[in-house]
Design a protein around this ligand. Structure first.
Ligand SMILES: [Zn+2]
Ligand SMILES: [Zn+2]
Length: 352
């Protein structure tokens, strides 16, 4: 095997260079994965702009991925070269206070592959063998690269723990579309999604959402949600945009005793206004969730493999590594694009 590979290195803020770098060396407890696809995520845009993880530059981002095992460490049990895989990106220390509680996402030494360490906008990536998940034959490498974002939605859904028959409003039609599908699967009703993009709202409707609210047409989405729930507000609201305004809207959509699922990532120092009264006399609650981890991954694989969730309407295109920077900008410009995959194995853009 050659010792060099092609990678899209984020050299500094807003500087990406596709170049040859050494193929990662693996330890006994690690594997080397030949990358097939990597989905571009909002986090990659944040790293590109220096809003997140900028202290780690230069680095190779990319964390929503699928691939094939190219090399297997001595202690990697049950894995062999050629296996089709993805890997849980969340690495915890296993011995801090939070890890002992089982809260691995809160680990004091928490790192994520492709966000804090080199990731998958490259021909090869190394990962901990214990975090590798096999892909069923029925899953494509595109679907395999969609397990990570789906696992995040699953984690949030488990934290929110909606009851059968409960009403749900989702603010945001990016991953909000998946949240809507998940609410339908949990037998919630009605499921209402609020967003700014007709195509995505239509996909959410096709996935089972009962009502779509297009904020280009409706001035007050909170009033609209109240109208759809006998003036009460919803049992559950999911914020999946990540702005103070949409957080305040999602919270205002709740009925008394309702639960807000905090999913969208705001600026680190952003603050929202909530009256403590809402928690005391209103008994409202908030559940937070920052990633999918552990059993969220096999659960995501099961939902995809058994077609409970069909993400294909969300797949837009596949581009070569050289087009990653173009694609990052294009995703900002064209709201009809949803998931763009980057593949080190192609040399021309493909529409999916
Ligand atoms: Zn992501
Ligand atoms: Zn820990």
């Amino acid at each position: 095997m050659a010792d060099k590979m092609k990678a899209a290195v984020f050299e500094a803020v807003k500087v990406i260079k596709v170049k040859e770098v050494p193929i990662p060396e693996i330890g006994d407890d690690e594997v080397l994965i030949k990358v097939k696809n990597t989905g571009i995520c909002g986090t990659d845009w944040s790293i590109y702009n220096g809003w997140y993880s900028s202290d780690k530059l230069p680095m190779i981002p990319g964390h929503e991925f699928s691939g094939v095992l190219a090399k297997v460490g001595r202690n990697a049990k049950g894995l062999k070269e050629g296996d089709r895989v993805t890997a849980d990106i969340n690495m915890s220390c296993g011995h801090c206070y939070y890890c002992m509680q089982g809260d691995h996402l809160l680990c004091n030494e928490f790192t994520q592959l492709g966000i804090h360490t080199d990731g998958t906008f490259a021909e090869y990536v190394k990962a901990r063998a214990s975090l590798v998940h096999q892909l069923p034959d029925s899953l494509s490498f595109e679907e395999g690269a969609f397990i990570e974002p789906l696992s995040c939605c699953i984690h949030a859904a488990k934290a929110m723990n909606a009851r059968v028959g409960g009403s749900v409003a989702i603010v945001g039609c990016g991953l909000g579309v998946l949240h809507a599908r998940m609410a339908v699967l949990r037998a919630c009703a009605p499921v209402i999604i609020v967003g700014d993009n007709k195509k995505r709202l239509r996909i959410a409707k096709e996935m089972g959402a009962d009502y779509t609210i297009d904020i280009n047409e409706v001035a007050d989405p909170v009033a609209e949600v109240k109208k759809l729930t006998d003036g009460r507000g919803v049992d559950y609201a999911i914020e999946a945009v990540g702005t103070t305004k949409t957080y305040e809207q999602a919270f205002a959509m709740l009925r008394k005793g309702g639960v807000l699922s905090a999913f969208g990532i705001t600026g680190e120092m952003d603050t929202m206004q909530i009256r403590p009264f809402e928690f005391v006399l209103g008994e409202k609650k908030i559940t937070g969730s920052c990633a999918g981890i552990g059993d969220d991954w096999p659960d995501a694989i099961a939902l995809l493999a058994h077609k409970r969730i069909d993400p294909k309407p969300l797949f837009s295109m596949k581009v070569p590594l050289e087009d990653l920077e173009w694609a990052l900008h294009e995703l900002r410009k064209d709201p009809n694009l949803f998931k763009i995959f980057v593949s080190p194995e192609i040399s021309q853009r493909e529409v999916l």
